[in-house]
Design a protein around this ligand. Structure first.
Ligand code: P53
Length: 479
């Protein structure tokens, strides 16, 4: 056992999931179709395909997730048994506004989350809620082109307002857009769809479209922050950034300079949302590329007035870049970067495992954004083996989490960063976002189901369940 540090009193010990990856019940209670409901299964190296409707004969793993919709009471009881004091999930936008643009919300959907939050409070578990976690109503994509349109800004702020009004007495911590910066590299199908609901035409410049959509999300997010505070000044409304620190491969000054530019590119999202304005370098970059982002003075005022209260972030891995002489402008192209870090191991899915990078990240963000922070995702996707007696010996997951937690604790205890809580991904096994697989497991709780959605849905405790219980009981000291 590793000796860690006791965390401050009231530190939130949580676990995280997202509605579309866990709930299932895709047609229950008047729920509409989200972009996750028409996304087929993929696997490592095989991208998920987005259909424009549900097709016969295709597998859509988000239709069942892990049936959290019908199992949540049993699951929350297990979270409480671990001692969890917080739980992060998202509100499925399509339960509240099935098409996204209705005048009136869907009462059955609202009721589901009343019950879910009440169940959490029964055990003194603090809900932490993401408003938009890769689950935009499909109708908003088809009718308006997602955040390609200002109409969707209004739909989102209305959705946010509905949730703040209904749940402000039950939910204090909110985040607007999950991993808003995870749309900065070209992949097909492009993550612009998952994040922003954009489907690109053949002649579209994806990068210009990305900057435009992200801008409208910043406006929507800042507006939501202001609306939320007007409803209840006690609400804490954060941004949510996918944080993978980028290192220079060598001490060559060009590598270091290029690395700084890569960090600026990946994390300008956090600059805008935490500091309330665009960085100067980015305006120069747009001018050089001839991009028109369509920013109005009114937008700038909204962004300035609606900065995030805290920085929520996911941390899984770190990355490395190397400058190449054929790129004298030093423009970062994430899709072209496959530089490997010789000093860190990789998971079965190729993710570079780097606990020290978490301490580095916390310090980097503290120095740049000056906000309290919350780790709202951190975890290890792995194949789990169920033994004959039903146990799962996931010592690799325990090691990953213990190593990372120790570094986060050092950042608090030795470096003085303001960290509100830790919510590992995931509280319970769920469907993977990038691959749609069930077999890429993250949870403390095993769910008996396979990639085709077959199984008993029975829940069981993995070894990591008992490990996390002891971590929480010792307030972070026994890792
Ligand atoms: P999965 C890409 C890279 C890093 C994290 O990821 C990512 C993504 C987008 O898929 O997503 C976050 O399930 C995300 C979660 C997701 C989790 O990381 O692809 O917020 O929804 O499940 C883990 O292995």
């Amino acid at each position: 056992m590793t000796k860690g540090y006791k965390m401050p009193k009231d530190f939130l010990w949580g676990g995280a999931i997202a509605a579309h990856q866990a709930e299932g019940g895709w047609q229950e209670g008047g729920k509409g179709l989200s972009i996750a409901d028409t996304m087929r299964a993929g696997e490592n190296g095989v991208p998920r395909i987005e259909d424009d409707k549900v097709l016969d004969g295709q597998i859509y793993p988000n239709h069942w997730g892990v049936e959290f919709y019908s199992h949540y009471k049993e699951d929350i009881k297990l979270f409480a048994e671990m001692g969890m004091t917080a739980f992060r999930t998202s509100i499925a936008w399509t339960r509240i506004y099935p098409n996204g643009d209705e005048a009136v919300p869907n009462e059955a959907g609202l009721k589901f989350y009343d019950d879910l939050f009440a169940e959490l409070h029964k055990y003194n578990i603090e809900p932490i809620v993401t408003l938009s976690h890769f689950e935009m109503p499909l109708h908003l994509v088809k009718a308006y082109g997602g955040f390609g349109s200002r109409k969707v800004v209004d739909c989102f702020t209305k959705f946010a307002e509905t949730c703040f009004r209904r749940y402000h007495n039950q939910v204090k911590y909110w985040m607007t857009f999950n991993e808003i910066n995870n749309q900065t590299s070209w992949r097909d199908p492009h993550p612009l769809l998952q994040n922003s609901g954009l489907i690109l035409g053949k002649d579209d410049n994806w990068e210009e479209k990305m900057f435009q959509a992200a801008h409208l999300e910043f406006v929507a997010s800042a507006q939501a922050v202001q609306i939320g505070h007007a409803i209840d000044p006690g609400l804490q409304i954060g941004d949510m950034i996918a944080f993978n620190p980028i290192y220079p491969l060598t001490a060559r000054p060009e590598d270091v300079m290029y690395c700084q530019r890569a960090m600026n590119y990946r994390y300008y999202f956090g600059d805008v949302m935490a500091l309330g304005e665009y960085p100067a370098w980015l305006k120069k970059y747009w001018a050089k590329k001839g991009y028109d982002i369509g920013i109005t003075p009114a937008d700038e005022a909204i962004i300035k007035a609606g900065t995030a209260d805290f920085v929520g972030f996911s941390y899984y891995n770190s990355a490395v870049v190397k400058y190449s002489d054929d790129n004298p402008d030093m423009d970062f192209d994430e899709a072209k970067n496959d530089t490997k870090n010789p000093y860190v191991p990789r998971s079965d899915w190729g993710w570079q495992i780097d606990p020290v990078g978490l301490r580095y990240s916390l310090n980097w963000m503290a120095a740049r954004w000056h906000k309290p922070m919350m780790i709202v995702e951190n975890g290890f996707g792995a194949f789990d083996k169920v033994e004959a007696d039903g146990s799962v010996h996931d010592d690799y997951r325990i090691k990953y989490l213990a190593d990372h937690l120790l570094q986060a604790e050092k950042a608090v205890a030795e470096d003085g960063v303001d960290l509100l809580g830790y919510c590992p991904w995931s509280a319970i096994d769920i469907v993977s976002a990038s691959t749609g697989e069930m077999k890429k497991r993250y949870g403390f709780i095993y769910v008996d189901a396979d990639d085709q959605g077959h199984g008993s849905w029975k829940r069981s405790r993995k070894d990591s369940f008992n490990w996390y219980k002891q971590v929480i009981a010792s307030n972070g000291e026994d890792l």
